[in-house]
Each structure stands twice: as C-alpha cells, then as structure tokens.
Design a binder for this molecule. Structure first.
Ligand code: BGC
Length: 785
C-alpha cells in the first residue's frame, strides 16, 4: 500500500510538469485559464513523499537543496570552491552543473546517494542550447526555420544525448525577445517577435521534457532569462532595462508564459535590472506574475552569480542582504554565488526569512527531483553513453535543420541570365574564399555544448568531396579579424581562375556572438569588406554566405553581389546543408526572425513597433528631407526607417503568389470576444476564419511560411503597426495552389489595455496574409461594442 501511494505521488508530481492540452497553448497572450490548470494540478497532488522528506531535514540540509555550483568548466567569475565532495556528503549542495560525462555525474551522484544522510539525489545541469554533441544551428537559425516541430525534434535529440551523459537539466530555451542586433545574445534566442518566440519556446520545452519528465531520456527545461534581459540599453550585455508593465506583458512575457504553460520545470532569473529592480530580486515579476498569475510550480534558479550581483547593482550592501532580497523575491536556487550557502541558515535563524518560505522553496526543488524520477533512477548508464551520440538520424536532422535555417536574402541574375542560385551542376570551377569556409569551430556556434570541431563538415570539405580538389580553388583571403596582403592576393587569383566564387564571410562564433559579445559596429569584421570588394572587382559571379549570430549591415554587398544568403552558424552539418542548397537539392525556405538593419543607427529595430503621431506612412523617404514635406515626421535625416529586409522575409528558388484574403465575418463584438476569452471552448461568435490561396508560380517545389498579421486601431493603448498572429509552413509543387486558413480566436483580437488587463475592445482591425511583415493581401473588419 505504502509503495503504491508513493508511486501515485510521483506520477502526480510528474504530471505538473507535463504538457497541458494543446488547445490552451496556441496563443501566448492567454488569460488566467491556463494558470488555473496548473493550480488545479498542484491542489490535487499528493505530496506525501516531499513532505515526509522535508520533515526529516535539518535547516542546513534544507538550505543545501537551494545551493548550486559549477563543478566543471566555469562560464563566469568563479567561486573558487573545490570542497564539493565534503559539502555533498553533508547535504549542503542541491545541484551541480558543467559536468559532462556519465562517469563524473555518477561519481558525484554516488557521494550524494551513498554518502549523505538523506540520500537526496543531485540535479545535474548544463547549457545544452542547440544540441549536446550533435550541434544544430544556433537558436536564431532554428527560429528562422519557422518550424516548431523541427525545433522540438532537435531539442529531443539534445535531451537524448545529454541525459545519456547524466545531464538531466538544460539552461534552455533562451526566450528573451531581442530587438537590438548589437546584443550578442540575440544569437541564442528566437528573435524579436513574441508570437514566434512563444511557438519556439513551447517546442523546446516539449522536446527537452518529452511526454514524461521521469523518462530516462527527458531533461528539465529552464526558460531564461526572466525577464527583459534582451532589452539591455544600447545592446550592451548585462545592461539595465526600462520596460513599462504594458510592454512587458505584451512583448517580453509571452514566450515565458508559453514555456511555463508547456510545463517547464524550472526557470532562470536574469542579470539585468528591470525598472530599477534587478530581475533576480524582483517580486513583481517572480511572485506576482510568475507564481500568482501563472501558477508556476517549478524551481526559479538564479543566473550565474546574479544574486551576488545585487551588490553591484546597488540594492544590497553585503552578501546577506543580497541573499535575503533574492530569496524573498522568489529565487529558489543560487547558481554559483554561494550566498545562500553562506547566509540563508542565519537569515532563517534570525527570523529575517521564515521557515515556511524556506520550506516552500525546498519543496519546489524536491518536487522537480521526484518528478524527474531521480530518487528512483539517480545514475546514468555509462555503457549506453557513447552510442547515444551523433546517431545517423540525429545527423540527418541536423542537416535538415541547417537547410531550413538558411535565409536567402538576394538572388539576382548575373549579366542578364537566370538568378545566380542555384548553381548549375555544370559549373566547372569554383573559388571558395573566406575565413568561414573551413572554420569548424565557428560552424558549431556559441554555447556549443559538447560539440567537437571534428564532428563538423565544413563547406570546403563538402564542396571538395563533391567536385574534386581540382575544381575547387580555396583561399582563406583574410582572417575573421586581420589578414595579410598575400592572403588577399591569393584569393583574387583563386577567383580569377574560377567560373564562380563562393564567399564565406562573417563573425567568429565564439568571440563575437553569444554572451558578453555586444558589438557597436555591425559590418563585416576586420578586412572582410575589403576582401569582398576585391573579389567582386574580378568580375566573377559571386555568392555571398553570411555566417553570423545577428544580422550584419551589408549595404555595399547587397548592392553589388548578386546572391546573398544568411547562414547563421549551421552546426555539424554546415557543409552538406550548404552544398545541397547552393546546388538546388534543397530549396531555401528560412525567413528572418529579426529585422535586418541597413545601418547600426537604426537599432533597436523591430517590425512590431507603435506608430508615432507623425508616421512617415508608406513613403519611406530615401533622401534627406528638405524643409517642408516630409521633414517633421518621425525619421532620420540620413537613413531610411525601413529595414534592409523585414522580419519574416526570405526568398526561395521558386516564387509564390498570394491570392485575396477572405474573411468569414465583417464584424466581431468586443462583448463576444471577452466572453470567449473566459470560456473554456471557443464560441463561434468569437472566432474569425481568414483564408487565401497560395500558389507556387515557379518551376520547383518549395516550402513557404505563410504569415498572418493584425493591427488594431482605436484602442485604449496604441497597438503595433503589425503583430504576427499566426503562421503555417506549406509545401507546394510547381503550379500547385493550396488554400491556407487561419482560425483566429479571441486572444488574437485582444490586448493589454490601459488597466493592464487582457481584453478585447472596440477597434478597427486590419489583417494581412503575407510572405513577410512588410506587405501582403489585406482585409479589414470592425470590432463593435
Ligand atoms: C548565462 C546563462 C547560463 C549560465 C550558466 C550565465 O553566464 O547568462 O545563460 O545559463 O551562465 O552557464
């Protein structure tokens, strides 16, 4: 009987971090409906096992569950600690991270299970960001696929590999909205849009956590960095943010909400201050929104030393004050700063932190450990570890993911013929030039987990294998930063000897993208612009591949190079995926997840901006305004407002025609929509169907991501000029037409109003079905009272 009871407790705890019904997770701006689902589960669970354990714990052991250290490669300023073994045996550590092999994990776990009084297992974490050993494209690349199913599968592969090494917790997905390409961490997330970001957030969580968190190959997700981190002023990492509650709720919170609703077991609090209050000591976001409104039951983990950084921020004058503020604001676990270890016991003894609050945080940690089955299966199977890595299906998926991540920005003809891409199979000789053509390290991207350079097939390797060494003239041309005249001359010679040139230029993944890699200049680094111009001057047709963790400003290239493709950092299958795309075996279908700037002065740049009282309208003036018309509008005098390429943009080797947008009603009522928001089903009068025919007008099969946008006008709070509210990826054979229908529920027509309540209001509505955020087939309707 007892064991049965225990089992059911475990099962019910596990349920808390499972997926809720999909119908309730399709829109990120939901009401309290989903939070109730969580609360209901929480109320119903039998927590006997958690309680029984808690009763046995000393104060020190309780605090120990909230302490986390990096026992491997540090990713930030270290704590200098080496006495983990002793601390584990005393029950003073709850979690470790940066340990990457099953053998090491098991050794530490044995200390906890066999050596500590209560045998509580440790939780082992790692930054598994876009793959563990099989590296996929960086998250910004994955987001450019607009393919959540693919992302879910990639996250599943990462979970299988990581768990085989004993890592059962990843600090991913990064769901920070990133509107500023100067911020290096844009590479780690899903871009600028809350709707796309929410879809990707759900996909990662599902992929990592699988259908059961206690399955041996599931890992706990940790959406991060909560919240507002991506809005760092000036794009400078770790910088302050000022975000109104309205903007926070409408743009920055939805991907977190989506991850929580998808069942994320943990969440990470951020480094930045938000409206003056650091995110790792912010009771409004952590307690009011996350716990109360959303019903989040999982662990809140601090980012690396973000508790200690409360001193740097200036809201705590010593470690004890920092620990107290973070804890009371709702941070359960202290990553790396050791301030909970050093201070929490005393804070409880002195009554500054209540035992009840401490117990609640400990319960959350224990619940996750039970939910993951760690008490029953604490060890990794070392005999299965090696075989789990780089399985053929995983590598194939990495190639597909890379192909879908590429965004074809430009594909013009060269000297009056057909578009330059795809390259003809008859191409006799190719010059492959550039510092990224054969750079295995950069192909892995930043935060490459256990990805090894030797796992990577570069473009040079793939091309040489396909065409044979005599037909490929390779020259590095320049370093990513730096280079010599000889390198330049050699590259020009290689170009002159060849029919076609492929230029592989861009950023160094490890140093110029990711954490602490903000840039004030967004052009090609080093001598690469010079290299580009010299190669184009040879008169050969040039294909430019841009490897980067952000959009780069490339005005000259986009004017003078016929074919340009954004390739991000594609992962282990970079070479094969590029080769198949360049020669047309794969047809590019990626679309930008971020607006591509013309110049750095436009940043922050994002499509879902508000209109000003003085918009430029459709005429995005190219020339400096003269006195009079066009001067007193919201614009620069020396740059256009519009991006070089809009959010959602991407070309294909075929072309698509968008038919008229048809909607099945001309009016909706705010009353019906608001009732719809709060009812469990979706009443018919709170739903709009919008359809259009999409035709492949070219001669190749292709995939298109059909996008749906909305604008509301006349509302209590100004709404974006467009907001993504749906997307569908479709495959079309040449000449084929498909009818695409979007079923739009009440959430789509609602907004965070002037009372910060999510509700529908009377409005004029403009709808677009379109290939990107700048155009499309339009329809209008009214929302009446
Ligand atoms: C980063 C986090 C990461 C953590 C642990 C921090 O520096 O901001 O994103 O998860 O380190 O490695």
């Amino acid at each position: 009987m007892t064991s049965l009871l225990h089992r059911s407790a475990v099962v019910v705890v596990a349920l808390m971090f499972c997926r809720p019904a999909p119908a309730q997770t399709t829109h990120p701006f939901g009401t309290s409906r989903e939070a109730n689902v969580h609360n209901a589960l929480a109320d119903a669970i039998s927590e006997q096992k958690v309680e029984a354990l808690l009763q046995k714990m000393t104060l020190e052991e309780k605090v120990g569950q909230l302490v986390q250290y990096s026992a491997g490669q540090p990713t930030g300023p270290g704590t200098g600690r080496t006495d983990y073994e002793d601390m584990i045996r005393k029950g003073e550590i709850g979690a470790l991270f940066n340990i990457t092999t099953a053998r090491q994990v098991n050794a530490y776990q044995r200390m906890a299970i066999e050596g500590s009084r209560l045998h509580i297992p440790l939780l082992f974490g790692l930054d598994v960001i876009h793959g563990f050993r099989t590296e996929f494209p960086i998250p910004l690349g994955l987001a450019s696929s607009w393919d959540p199913e693919l992302v879910e599968q990639a996250a599943r592969v990462a979970a299988r590999e990581a768990s085989a090494s004993g890592v059962r917790w990843t600090f991913s997905p990064m769901v920070d909205i990133a509107r500023d390409a100067r911020w290096g961490r844009m590479a780690e997330g899903s871009g600028e849009d809350p709707f796309l970001g929410a879809a990707m957030a759900r996909a990662y969580v599902r992929g990592y956590q699988g259908s059961r968190l206690d399955a041996a190959d599931s890992i706990a997700a940790c959406p991060k960095h909560y919240v507002g981190y991506g809005a760092a002023e000036g794009g400078r990492d770790y910088n302050s943010t000022e975000i109104s509650e309205h903007t926070l709720r409408q743009f920055y919170l939805p991907p977190f909400r989506a991850a929580v609703d998808a069942g994320a077991a943990t969440l990470m609090s951020a480094f930045n201050s938000l409206n003056g209050v650091p995110a790792s000591a912010n009771p409004f976001t952590l307690k009011q929104i996350l716990r109360k409104e959303w019903g989040f039951q999982g662990i809140v983990d601090s980012d690396w030393t973000s508790i200690a950084e409360l001193i740097g921020h200036g809201i705590a004058n010593d470690g004890a004050a920092a620990a107290r503020k973070a804890f009371l604001a709702g941070v359960d676990m202290d990553m790396a700063s050791s301030l909970y270890h050093d201070n929490l016991t005393q804070l409880v003894r002195s009554g500054q932190v209540s035992t009840a609050a401490l117990d609640e945080a400990v319960r959350r940690v224990l619940r996750v450990k039970f939910a993951m089955g760690l008490f029953e299966h604490p060890y990794a199977d070392e005999t299965k570890e090696a075989a789990a890595m780089l399985q053929p299906e995983s590598i194939l998926l990495a190639r597909t993911a890379a192909e879908r991540s590429f965004v074809l920005l430009k594909n013009a003809d060269f000297s009056g013929g057909a578009p330059l891409l795809p390259l003809s199979k008859e191409t006799k000789t190719i010059a492959l030039i550039g510092p990224l053509a054969d750079d295995r390290n950069s192909m892995l991207g930043s935060w490459a987990g256990l990805g090894q350079p030797e796992d990577v097939i570069t473009l040079r390797a793939a091309l040489t294998q396909k065409l044979g060494g005599e037909r490929v003239h390779y020259a590095k041309g320049a370093e990513i930063i730096g280079g010599s005249d000889e390198q330049l001359a050699e590259a020009v010679k290689a170009a002159e000897q060849s029919d076609t040139v492929i230029l592989a230029l861009g950023e160094n993944a490890a140093e110029m993208t990711g954490e602490a890699a903000s840039r004030a200049h967004l052009g090609l680094p080093g001598h690469q612009e010079q290299l580009l111009e010299k190669i184009v001057a040879t008169g050969r047709p040039v294909v430019l591949l841009v490897f980067s963790g952000r959009p780069l400003t490339l005005p000259w290239a986009l004017e003078n190079v016929p074919a340009v493709m954004a390739t991000w950092f594609p992962g282990v299958q970079a070479g094969p995926a590029l080769l198949r795309t360049l020669f047309g075996e794969a047809n590019p279908s990626g679309k930008l997840a971020v607006s591509w700037p013309r110049s750095v002065g436009q940043e922050p740049l994002y499509y879902d901006a508000l209109s000003t009282g003085r918009p430029t309208g459709d005429t995005d003036l190219t020339h400096p305004p003269e006195n009079g018309d066009g001067k007193y509008v919201s614009r620069y005098i020396d740059e256009q407002n519009s991006p070089q390429f809009p959010f959602g943009y991407g070309l294909s080797f075929t072309s698509f025609r968008y038919g008229t947008l048809e909607i099945d009603r001309k009016q909706l009522s705010a009353k019906a929509l608001n009732e719809g928001l709060h009812s469990s089903g979706q009443p018919a009068d709170a739903v709009l169907n919008a359809s259009a025919n999409i035709t492949n007008t070219g001669t190749r099969a292709g995939e298109e991501t059909v996008q749906f946008y909305i604008r509301l006008q006349g509302t209590s709070v100004a709404q974006p000029v467009r907001a993504l509210s749906g997307f569908q990826r479709i495959t079309l054979a040449p000449g084929e037409t498909k009818r695409v229908t979007f079923r739009l529920g009440p959430e789509v027509f609602s907004l965070w109003n002037d009372q910060n309540k999510f509700a529908a209001e009377p409005a004029r509505v403009t709808l677009w079905i379109s290939p990107d955020s700048s155009r499309g087939a339009e329809a209008t309707l009214q929302i009446t009272n």
